[in-house]
Design a protein around this ligand. Structure first.
Ligand code: CTP
Length: 424
């Protein structure tokens, strides 16, 4: 389900945020909590950590033990900047309770703690549930701040009227009830770019990594693929509700919960694993860099250097797995291939590949650039389908994965509209 970032600011209503987190995790969402220093005086981190199963952060400079990952995500293999990574991954940012002070900072764009810095860096839908004393709520400054935030597109859940925290006080200022806040969060998710469970019911097979073809027991012909792109597609698909299986060729990255992984080494093993799974899936994303050639006669014992002038290894072609699947698929099974191309004619060559191999989409990487593609966290691709081309500007592999899955969603929708007549 969704990744929710919850900002908790200072106020007695912070105890209700505990209930909100309990409801949200119970509904299947992964939640990370950031608190202000004042909030920590009302509810300790341990309470939120116990319920979310993830560390709580307060200070912008404290290291995040899980490096921005949400529960269920594998942690990245580098240390990103906390407030940027938490919001980059968030599908929605909810702030509950939002104190008068936090509202004022949000309206003014002040970023003097982790909660507000994260808000300034966030592009996710913002849901704000204020709570404060009724005179603070009705103060013209607060009214203006709320209007500013609303005009910018934030969802504001007005506080309820009733008994307030300080003894004998009554008025508008009580934090909205947790079920109401969760409903607003889910509504914001539906309206936002993240469509929860948009791949519900899709059985997806993803290949990732790079195959290794033995020359002898210790040497191989391999490539630089790390598996990051394929793993990002698999994790994003699982989050959108797909049932995901990954055939991983020599990938040393962390594994996500809820995804089935099958490890292989060679192109032949990858082919066997893919063919076995293929009849029971609806779509295949072939992100693995599969060797096109392998040593024709791998040697059973380690080749000794002594007494040799040189070494010639003869290579023979491997089976093109995705082309083979295309020839055998049943109606409606979608096939997405990758193409490692370079230079100006990259898109034309990839389009030719789409047609030659009989694929539904080809994702083109420009491998002549060192800053994107192989073994780095970012990518920039063009997605080619029969309908046209979509440029995905340089972005994290997670965002590129989202674009690839949106292309699959469109292809599925076209298939349904075409009356279910799948590609031949
Ligand atoms: N592929 C495959 N089986 C192979 C080789 C490649 O299924 N034996 C798949 C890859 O997983 C990828 C696509 O085919 O999805 C890449 O196509 P490929 O023909 O290998 O092209 P490139 O590697 O991009 O380059 P070239 O055109 O030079 O072969």
């Amino acid at each position: 389900m969704a990744r929710i970032l919850l900002g908790v600011s200072g106020g007695i209503a912070a105890y209700k945020a505990v209930e909100l987190v309990r409801l949200a995790t119970g509904a299947g969402h992964s939640v990370r909590v950031v608190q202000t220093e004042a909030a920590e005086r009302f509810v300790g981190r341990a309470t939120f950590e116990g319920i979310t199963g993830a560390p709580v952060l307060v200070d912008e400079f404290e290291p995040d033990p899980v490096r921005g990952a949400y529960p269920g995500d594998p942690a990245p293999d580098h240390s990103p900047i906390s407030h940027l990574e938490l919001v980059r991954r968030a599908d929605v940012y909810a702030i509950a309770p939002a104190s008068a002070n936090t509202l004022a900072k949000l309206a003014a764009g002040i970023a003097d703690n982790l909660l507000t810095a994260a808000a300034l860096a966030s592009e996710a839908p913002l849901v704000i549930a204020p709570a404060m004393n009724d005179r603070m709520w009705s103060h013209p400054a607060t009214r203006a701040n709320v209007e500013t935030l609303r005009a910018r597109g934030a969802t504001i859940l007005p506080p309820g009227t009733g008994a307030l925290a300080s003894r004998g006080e009554w008025g508008a200022g009580r934090l909205a009830e947790p079920p109401e806040i969760l409903a607003a969060i889910e509504e914001a998710l539906r309206a936002g770019p993240f469509a929860p469970r948009s791949l519900d019911g899709l059985r997806l097979l993803v290949t990732a990594g790079g195959t290794r073809e033995p020359i002898d027991p210790v040497r191989f012909v391999g490539n630089r693929s790390s598996g990051r792109m394929g793993f990002a597609v698999a994790e994003e698909a699982a989050r959108r509700g797909a049932e995901v299986m990954v055939v991983a060729a020599n990938v040393s990255l962390a594994r996500a919960e809820g995804i089935r992984y099958v490890d292989v080494e060679t192109a032949a093993e990858l082919r066997d694993a893919v063919r076995e799974a293929f009849p029971a899936v609806d779509a295949v994303v072939m992100a693995a860099a599969v060797a096109d050639f392998r040593p024709a006669e791998p040697v059973a014992e380690k080749i000794e250097k002594a007494g040799r002038e040189g070494l010639t290894v003869e290579l023979e072609p491997t089976v093109d797995v995705i082309a083979e699947l295309a020839a055998e698929r049943s109606a409606g099974q979608l096939l997405v291939g990758f193409a490692a191309e370079h230079g100006d004619a990259a898109v034309d060559r990839a389009r030719a590949k789409l047609e030659r191999k009989g694929l539904d989409a080809v994702v083109v990487n420009d491998v002549s650039r060192a800053d994107i593609g192989f073994d780095v966290p970012e990518n920039e691709v063009t997605i080619i389908t029969a309908a046209g081309e979509q440029q995905v500007p340089r972005a994290s592999k997670e965002d590129v994965a989202a674009a690839i899955l949106e292309a699959i969603e469109r292809l599925r929708a076209e298939h349904v509209h075409a009356g279910g007549a799948g590609p031949a």
